[in-house]
Design a protein around this ligand. Sequence first.
Ligand code: UFG
Length: 334
Amino acid sequence: MSKPRIIVTGGAGYIGSHIVKALVEKEYCVIVYDRKPIPGGLRALQAGGLLHGIQADLADRAALDAALRKFEPNAAINLAGYIAVGESVRDPGKYYDNNIANGLNLLDALLAGGVKCFVFSSSAAVYGMPREVPIAEDHPTAPINPYGRTKWFFEHILRDYDAAYGLRSISLRYFNAAGADHSGEIGEAHDPETHLVPLVLQVPMGLRDSVAIFGSDYPTRDGTCVRDYIHVTDLADAHVRAVEALLDGSPTDVFNLGNGEGCTVREVIAAAEEVVGGNIKTLDAPRRPGDPAALVASSEKAMQKLGWRPKHNTLKIIIQTAWQWHKRQMGKDA
Ligand code: UFG
């Protein structure tokens, strides 16, 4: 019997492209539905006939219906969301429109197409300012910005859709996704860039003079914020496991995804200096509004129920793989 078909909305993005690669390597048939074309780094996989691309918007119900009719997927993974916290504060309408309204468009199209397994890209942002770390899934949720609220609302929508329509879902609450595929073919780039690891690496690439450290007076071991950096390949593996669990009949659930270990901003910069073999100039800057002092996951539940174990779980591997990809991009631009 042939393997199930999975539609990955937002599959051309940073995390999405790593998930797509992991699924195709396990011989699933994957349909990437995205506004952007399939990234160049995945094109080699298309030769095997398991990877298909539809370039269209989630708001376009006719395009969604046509894709679902053509490929008849068995499950969906949705990563097609906006991700910039600061922008969500300045322009919440953009976030509610894409992350919620377009997400509903997708859910309704899936139900009409008979798809009842759904993996959702959620975020540690649902916890807001945590009361304690490590954070388990039953920690109170209290998002503090529109981005986090879109993820929180959508998790609730998914529970309601299960109760009413039988759509089973797994929401995966990522902590800080970072790193790149070991091949160096796919990696992280946002425009504009706001994430720490790529910003730090832009200094040795000569794209910026220094990296700002947002706050040095937090109650942490060196005064800078603590985050739980999780390798994107480990995140991708969790998505494969989540979709397989749903296809096997697992109920609706939510899981944290992190390494369970926090690193400070200064530790990230020190690890990057070691990887690139040189100093990275920093600039002490004020705190960024809305940044919790520490966000560290307990991923015990994902380990127990999905059998997931992060394998690329050191800052060094995360930064080495990110650096390998960034250097390759630099070569392409030269
Ligand atoms: N930071 C700096 N300088 C920079 C950029 C970031 O010091 O130039 C710091 C931030 O203050 C933070 C850490 O580096 O302490 C990581 O910042 P990122 O912007 O890379 O990531 P966040 O922790 O803000 O965001 C992540 C996800 C979001 C999610 C959020 C949940 O990327 O999608 O966690 O709080 F919403």
